[in-house]
Design a protein around this ligand. Structure first.
Ligand code: R1P
Length: 270
């Protein structure tokens, strides 16, 4: 795997001048951030050796490399999910390729359902921690020490230092940034009301079907992680209305401007 991913990183490097220092994974409907990248080099996933392809609406399916707020970045405009039928190690290939490109800080974003009843659709939530409820783990299998240790420490999955930066910037921009624990499920079904209640009892504030595998792999290879969820809807059973991916995309469109300014200012500050 390591050699194959080195080949993928080499393929990307040939198209760049300068190595990216910050990686961004843009969630459902949040790919607009990649449009802000200056002097972009866009590489469709299907052209990159070993990369899967995006199959979900709202995920464009390309890497965008260039400058954002004066920093060299690599952004995934669209991510991979376990429910698309990709194994966990496929889902997380881009994180390892980012590491091989020189990325030390990863900003993960996602569209999530609000479990905490004090949240509202359209809120942005700083992820303080996560619960892996997918029933599996991307690090199952032989461990390659070149990426990281067999038993990685997850006591600070989301960097406290980056959380402090994000909170300060949200305050400066007057964005009422919520905070909470993201519960990662496999999907593709949205949670039942009973599952949402369970997530709340377990200490979850938001639910979704991504992020957790990426963060596990990022921490395995010692990247610092910052996570931001866009609460696109309240999870099942809170409001008396069915959930849909259309609503998820619609909400991300509404929060676009605060999401963009928050992330751009964070990138500037780190
Ligand atoms: C469901 O509407 C989709 O939105 C979220 C869920 O995980 C699921 O893929 O997408 P992201 O987590 O990729 O933002």
């Amino acid at each position: 795997m390591f050699e194959k991913l080195e080949k993928a990183a080499g393929f990307i490097e040939e198209k760049l001048n300068g190595r990216p220092e910050i990686g961004l994974i843009l969630g459902s409907g949040l790919g607009v951030l990649a449009d802000e990248i200056e002097n972009p080099v866009k590489i469709p996933y299907q052209d990159i050796p070993e990369f899967p392809v995006s199959t979900v609406e709202g995920h464009a399916g390309q890497l965008v490399l260039g400058s954002l707020s004066g920093k060299k970045v690599v952004a995934m405009q669209g991510r991979f999910h376990f429910y698309e039928g990709y194994s966990m190690d496929k889902v997380t290939i881009p994180v390892r390729v980012m590491k091989l490109l020189g990325v030390g800080t990863l900003i993960v974003t996602n569209a999530a359902g609000g479990v905490n009843e004090s949240f509202q659709a359209g809120d942005l939530m700083l992820i303080t921690d996560h619960i892996n409820n997918t029933g599996t783990n991307p690090l199952i299998g032989a461990n390659d020490k070149r990426f990281g240790p067999r038993f990685p420490d997850m006591s600070e999955a989301y960097s406290r230092e980056l959380q402090t930066v994000a909170k300060a910037i949200a305050g400066k921009l007057n964005i009422g940034l919520k905070e909470g624990v993201y519960v990662g499920n496999s999907g593709p079904t949205y949670e039942t009301p009973a599952e949402v209640k369970l997530a709340r009892v377990l200490g979850g504030d938001a639910v979704g079907m991504s992020t957790v595998p990426e963060v596990i792999v990022a921490r395995h290879c010692s990247m610092k992680v910052l996570g931001i969820s866009c609460i696109t809807n309240m999870a099942a059973g809170i409001l008396d209305q069915p959930l849909s991916h259309e609503e998820v995309i619609e909400t991300t469109e509404k929060v676009k401007s605060s999401f963009l300014s928050l992330i751009k200012e964070i990138v500037k500050a780190i």
